[in-house]
Design a protein. Structure first.
Length: 137
């Protein structure tokens, strides 16, 4: 059995058809009728720290604040986040295609989110979250 933690808030992401022949996909939060807020409340009531929303460390739906935090507090992870963008753009260049970026600012991640020693970019902090579900994480 594979338990997938999708809550009622994200029911559109649930898809019981995506499984390997040896897997049995279950959605326990859906079966219990729980929303994200319900999960947070239950965790807090149990005296446990409420975890932040999860996403891939290089998720293009991260906020600018999240990217800045990663660059400042997890520089090795930020370096790893830059690599997929660079690899994709190297391959796109070989095909004669335009660059693509992990942020909406039309420039490479390392430039869009400068290190603390660089001047501020003036970028909007509220550039969306990871609620779209498009990456399916």
């Amino acid at each position: 059995m594979v338990g997938i933690g999708i809550s009622l808030d994200e029911i559109h992401r649930a898809n019981r058809r995506r499984s390997e022949p040896h897997e049995l996909i279950e959605y326990p939060l859906l079966d219990l009728g729980l929303r994200r807020g319900d999960c947070e409340r239950l965790i807090a009531e149990a005296g446990l720290p409420v975890p932040p929303k999860s996403s891939c460390f290089f998720c293009p739906f991260r906020t600018v604040g999240s990217w800045r935090h990663q660059r400042r507090h997890e520089p090795e992870l930020f370096t790893l986040s830059v690599q997929p963008e660079e690899t994709i753009n190297e391959r796109r260049a070989a095909l004669g295609r335009d660059d693509v970026y992990l942020t909406r600012y039309g420039r490479p991640l390392a430039q869009a989110i400068p290190d603390e020693g660089s001047a501020e970019t003036g970028l909007d902090e509220a550039d969306g979250g990871c609620d779209s579900g498009w990456c399916m994480t």
